[in-house]
Write a protein that binds this ligand. Structure first.
Ligand code: ADP
Length: 447
């Protein structure tokens, strides 16, 4: 570890790794500091994919999409509370981010769909593996190839300022250290595992479990606030509807399971919601069941479209039955109801019309190929939409909306992009789109 770099990047998730690679390729000398001993942050846990419109991958699949549709669907899904400037930049740069990844050998050639979207624009690896682990592994290969210095177990405790400009950070490893740089990128993620911030902004959610890694404690938000940054949307916390939490660890069951055709049933074996409505609305519908949670129901053809289910099964989260009656018995669901529900759903799929709940996506396949599977789920804290305010150049703004010189932020630490509900697949996209932008804007700032 030297005591001087061009730019210090705090956090080793998707945003931190991408911004470091971009800064390096522009000729800067970056350093990445990570407080945990595990690299990759919450990004490693991301499952569904990366949203982008007008990509070459979509065209390969004969899907004609538009920036405007991507914008409109995200805006509606976010309760029209999204920051328009950030959302415009985001929706118009996703395709470039997909190109950039492909140029670096990171291929996201398959497509799926998530709640609130009308088009297949969630890009994922053709292995159908969860995106997060794949992306972090591949980005780390580039970091290694370029020999970008990356240190784990170093926690940044303070941003150092001189004459209103960033000049470095104070951090703790075995001892306290000072590292100097004219620019810092906050890529510290959210506060889904930060009990103090949750208690401050959303006391009602502190009893829920979380899908987040233990280091997601909102440090970047506090670091930025201490140098005058403005915070936005801090009370907007996403509770993910489908989290298996009957074991001590909470496992997110990715939206692709529904995107590929699974349905949700209540403990009577009946559907109760459009499963691909937004996370906010599906969570509300499950909460309205009165605390029982719900079951995802799927068949073998759907299971084959989502690699992660093998893992969920391996760790004991999946019930299976050779037919629906056996599945119902194992899960204590009413067998007649479950049978009737699935029959009715299969008819809706064949007619491509769900008159019961108006679902219109994730209807490519019926639930008919045994064995059949069920996963018990309930909502858990997943993502914090609020965070530091930035402009489209990823510069952090103070409470007077002025730029804090030398301070940049990208990824979940930022607030405003997602409004009151983040669409599945937009988080990974955000880390790559704004991670690249941060690397580029730091270069411009230092020039
Ligand atoms: P994003 O998706 O926005 O990239 P992630 O959650 O994937 O966010 O990654 C954020 C990373 O930042 C995590 O690995 C987290 O442990 C790390 N981090 C958070 N606070 C600090 C800090 N004070 N010092 C160093 N690293 C930090």
């Amino acid at each position: 570890l030297k005591n001087n770099y061009d730019v210090i990047i705090i956090g080793s998730g998707g945003a931190g790794l991408t911004s470091a690679i971009q800064a390096y390729e522009l000729g800067l000398s970056p350093v990445i500091l990570e407080k945990m001993d595990k690299l990759g942050g919450n990004t490693t846990r991301a499952s569904s994919g990366m949203n982008a419109a007008e990509t070459f991958v979509q065209l390969n699949h004969k899907i004609v999409d538009s920036f405007q549709d991507f914008y409109d669907e995200t805006f509606i899904g976010g309760g029209k509370q999204n920051n328009p400037e950030l959302l415009k930049f985001f929706t118009e740069h996703g395709a470039l981010a997909i190109d950039w990844l492909a140029q670096h050998g990171i291929e996201l050639d398959d497509l799926t769909i998530t709640g609130g979207m009308k088009t297949m624009r969630t890009h994922r690896p053709s292995s159908l593996a969860p995106i997060g682990g794949y992306l972090v592994t591949e980005l780390l290969k580039l970091v290694n190839k370029y020999q970008i210095p990356l240190f784990d177990n170093i926690k940044v405790d303070q941003l150092l300022m001189k004459d209103d400009q960033i000049v470095g950070v104070k951090a703790s490893a075995n001892q306290e250290i000072k590292i100097h740089a004219k620019a810092v990128i906050l890529a510290t993620g959210g506060f889904g595992a930060g009990k103090d911030l949750l208690a401050k902004y959303r006391k009602d959610l502190t009893t829920l479990k979380t899908t987040n890694q233990p280091g997601a404690t909102g440090d970047g938000i506090k670091l930025a606030q201490n140098v005058g940054a403005k915070l936005v949307d801090m009370d907007q916390v996403q509770v993910h509807p489908t989290v298996q939490q009957d074991t001590p660890h909470a496992f997110l069951i990715g939206e692709a399971v529904r995107g590929e055709g699974a349905i949700l049933v209540n403990n009577e074996g009946r559907r109760f919601v459009n499963e691909l409505d937004t996370r906010k609305n599906v969570t509300q519908a499950i909460d309205d069941l009165g605390g029982t949670g719900a079951y995802l129901i799927l068949d073998t053809s759907i299971r084959q479209r989502v690699k992660a289910i093998e893992f969920y099964d391996h760790v004991g989260l999946v019930e299976n039955g050779k037919d629906l009656t056996e599945l119902a018995e194992k899960t204590n669901l009413n067998p007649e109801n479950l049978q009737a529900t699935v029959e009715k759903w299969n008819k809706a799929v064949e007619a491509n019309k769900d008159s019961e709940f108006n679902r219109s996506t994730g209807m490519e396949r019926t639930i008919s190929q045994g064995p059949f599977f069920a996963i018990h789920i309930a909502p858990a804290v997943h993502y914090t939409m609020g965070g530091v305010a930035i402009n489209r150049d990823t510069q952090v703004l103070n409470t007077d909306n002025q730029v804090i010189k030398g301070l940049f932020a990208a990824g979940e630490v930022v607030g405003g992009l997602h409004g009151n509900n983040r669409i599945g697949g937009n988080s990974i996209a955000e880390t790559v789109v704004f991670g690249r932008q941060a690397g580029q804007q730091v270069f411009k700032y230092l020039k």
